[in-house]
Structures are given as C-alpha cells and as structure tokens.
Design a protein around this ligand. Structure first.
Ligand code: CDP
Length: 223
C-alpha cells in the first residue's frame, strides 16, 4: 500500500481530530493535531506573562525555547511542552480565548509549519488543522475540508467539555467558536481556507462513523 499524506482542515470543533485519529489507527499512520501545537505555544506565552497583554516581540524571541513533542500514551496522544504533559491544560478556556491571536503571528506559524513539514517527511501521516492542505502540505494526495453550522459545533464541543468537567456555558462556547472562525479566516498569514482540490464534507447531519466512512472510501481509492 502506498503511503500518502492526508490533510484535514476546517472550522473549529468540526470533529477533525476525532475522525483523523480513527483514520490514523486504521491505516497505522502518524496522526498530528496541529491545533494542539498552536495551543501549546499559547499556553507557554500565558505562563510567561503575568498580564493578559501579550508582548509579541517577546513571544518571537522566546520561540527557540519552545519544545513541543507528541507521545502516544494509554489515554491517547499526549502533547508535551518542554517535557511537561500539557494535554489537558491546552483545552482550557483561557487558551481557547487567545489561541487564534497567537496563531496569527507570522513567526509562530513559520516556527510550527517547519516542524509539521518535517513530521511528514516519511509520509504515512494524517494531519489536521487550518492550513494543512493549503500551506503545510499543498502536495498532499488527499485533502478534506470539514464544515458544520456554528450551533451544531458548539453543541458538540459543549457536551465534550461538560464530560471533562468544564462547566463553561453553551453561549460562551458558541461565542468562542464564532470568534475563532472569524479570526482564523480573516488573518493575513495562511488564513483558514479550503484548498481548491480538497473534498468538502458538511458534517452537521452526519455521525463520526459516517464522516469516517466517507473519508476512508476516498482514501482507499488512492492508496
Ligand atoms: O479543536 P478546535 O477545532 O477547537 O481547534 P484546534 O484545532 O485545536 O485549533 C485551535 C486554534 O489554533 C485555531 O482556532 C487556530 O487559531 C489555530 N490553528 C491554526 O491557526 N492553524 C492550524 N493549522 C491549526 C490550528
């Protein structure tokens, strides 16, 4: 079977990572959640700054001190920031509210995109994010773009957060999703955009299994 690169992009909380993880397991591919990398940089910045204001110049200077790696543990894939497991911390609202701002800084994007490209050197990888099919791997053999209404996405994310004990209201989750979509789609550097050759899947009325099946059918027609 030929090893390919699979790019999964789309709006916040469309289930990209859930379905990408399932596909990676089925194909024995590496899975990379690039959103977790932007979240880890955001968490790092927040730890460095006592105030809410972000000093972009200082952030750029400190990028060489940011070391991110993934490990597959018994609770699924874990992300480490300078050797410390931050998998749960990067999902907190504090990070949700600032991540799109940090992700709009060109130096941050260059720093992470270079690492993402090197992770895909051996191919056999499925990566999810916002700019995978357009910027990180424009040459990917298989590209998907997931969409759904903001309300449905917020409902799913809210439920997921409640299960983890995060008591944020539905309205707050919806507001954050809408704000991030806007910021991600309108930033000047590598905005969220469907690649011309990506297959768009509207997931509002589909279960994860149905999305998985659609994507696997396409992938299997290529590999
Ligand atoms: O899981 P969710 O869809 O809520 O978001 P995520 O994939 O964890 O991404 C968090 C944020 O990181 C996004 O809202 C973007 O601002 C940024 N991001 C990005 O700019 N480029 C990527 N390739 C991935 C994420």
């Amino acid at each position: 079977m030929k090893k390919i690169i699979i790019a999964v992009d789309g709006f916040a909380a469309t289930g990209k990572s859930t379905v990408a993880k399932k596909i990676a397991a089925a194909l024995h591919y590496i899975y990379i959640d690039t959103g977790a990398m932007y979240r880890a940089v955001t968490y790092y910045v927040q730890k460095q700054n006592s105030t809410e204001d972000i000093d972009v110049a200082q952030l750029i200077d400190s990028l060489p001190n940011v070391n991110i790696h993934f490990e597959n543990g018994e609770h699924g894939q874990q992300i480490f920031l300078n050797g410390i497991n931050v998998t749960n911390e990067i999902r907190e609202s504090k990070v949700n509210n600032v991540v799109s701002k940090i992700a709009s800084v060109e130096a941050v994007r260059n720093f992470l995109v270079a690492q993402q490209r090197s992770m895909g050197k051996e191919r056999g990888i499925i990566m999810d994010g916002r700019d995978i099919g357009t910027v990180v791997f424009p040459e990917a053999e298989c590209k998907f773009f997931l969409t759904a209404s903001p309300e449905i996405r917020a409902e799913r994310r809210h439920k997921e957060q409640l299960e983890k004990g995060n008591l944020e209201s539905f309205e707050a989750v919806l507001e954050n999703i809408i704000a991030r979509d806007h910021q991600d789609s309108t930033r000047s550097i590598n905005p969220l955009r469907k690649a011309d050759d990506a297959i768009e899947i509207e997931v509002s009325t589909l279960t994860i299994d149905e999305v998985y099946r659609l994507m696997m059918d396409k992938i299997q027609s290529i590999v």
